[in-house]
Design a protein around this ligand. Structure first.
Ligand SMILES: [Zn+2]
Length: 303
């Protein structure tokens, strides 16, 4: 981006850490691989990494244009409509795992995109969704009507103590104020309700070795957590019981089956070696150390 329009794209830089309010923040990386270049800072006190300065709301919304979902943008979400049958392997396992803890009630997917997870969840739960993008949000809206809110966790009209389950799958890294978002989820959950968060663990070896080349650094991502950042934030919001899964909360098979949506020939099965390797190396962890960045967090509201 040329320098003359920086002020149209970015807010004024923040002087404190968005998580712990420390003033002890330092430039971590200049991310230069995209047309939209940006900086990330790291808090010297809590280790939280965040885009600074942040994108203005308008610039954030522009990132999630149709091109983001059709894979034509520089930083894309895969279009789950192309992979519906294959993604279902993962969604089914995800819903099955959730049902070990809570097996009915209202289910909210924040950042529900085309509604794939909600459609799977609707076999057991009453589905609700929040989606910022009008483009993708019209698909779940056509299935579930007013249960789908086009907007954010800051401007919906859902009631407190209403949901048994709230999921935020690869969503929280997109939020400028993640602490407010998890506090809002806490308020919306019923007693014993479950919040599921999937995001990258920036404390993992994978992120540390790749440094500024790590693929997670992209313009749509503004908040980069370590496991301990996430746990601390959830505890501050009131969550008592927290459980973490590496790399995800289900086994290898659904991931292998899902990956076939990209396959073009029999040789593509060789990709399974890489996927399996990643899956098993992700199990290596002790204390705050983890080999890969994949993690899924279950947080329970208990009073
Ligand atoms: Zn901090």
């Amino acid at each position: 981006m040329s320098s003359h329009n920086q002020s149209e794209i970015f807010n004024i830089a923040q002087l404190t850490c968005p998580l712990c309010r420390s003033k002890n923040i330092k430039l971590h990386y200049n991310i230069k691989k995209y047309t939209l270049q940006f900086k990330v800072d790291k808090c010297a006190d809590c280790g939280f990494i965040f885009m600074n300065p942040r994108l203005k709301d308008r610039a954030m919304i522009d990132l999630y244009s149709e091109n983001y979902y059709t894979g034509n943008a520089e930083y894309s979400y895969y279009d789950e409509r192309q992979a519906l049958k294959h993604s279902e392997y993962v969604w089914k396992k995800r819903v099955k795992k959730i049902r070990q803890y809570t097996d009915s009630g209202n289910f909210l997917d924040v950042g529900c995109a085309f509604g794939g997870l909600l459609k799977t969840a609707s076999d057991y739960f009453t589905p609700f969704g929040i989606e910022l993008s009008k483009y993708s949000g019209k698909y779940p809206k056509s299935l579930f009507g007013d249960n789908i809110h086009i907007g954010s966790l800051a401007d919906h009209s859902f009631k407190a103590d209403f949901f048994s389950v709230i999921t935020m799958i690869e969503l929280i890294e997109h939020l400028a104020d993640p602490a407010a978002a998890v506090s809002e989820c806490f308020r919306l959950l019923k007693n014993n309700g479950l919040l599921v968060i999937q995001t990258a663990n920036m404390d993992a070896l994978q992120a540390k070795l790749l440094k500024d080349k790590y693929a997670y650094y992209m313009p749509g991502h503004v908040s980069y957590f370590s496991k301990s950042n996430l746990v601390d934030m959830l505890q501050r919001a009131g969550f008592k019981k927290i459980k973490i899964f590496y790399p995800v909360e289900f086994g290898l098979l659904p991931k292998l089956l899902k990956s076939r949506y990209q396959f073009k020939s029999g040789f593509d099965y060789l990709r399974w070696v890489r996927i399996a390797y990643y899956h098993y190396i992700s199990k290596i962890r002790f204390g705050n150390f983890a080999a890969t960045s994949s993690m899924v967090v279950y947080a329970f509201k208990k009073e």
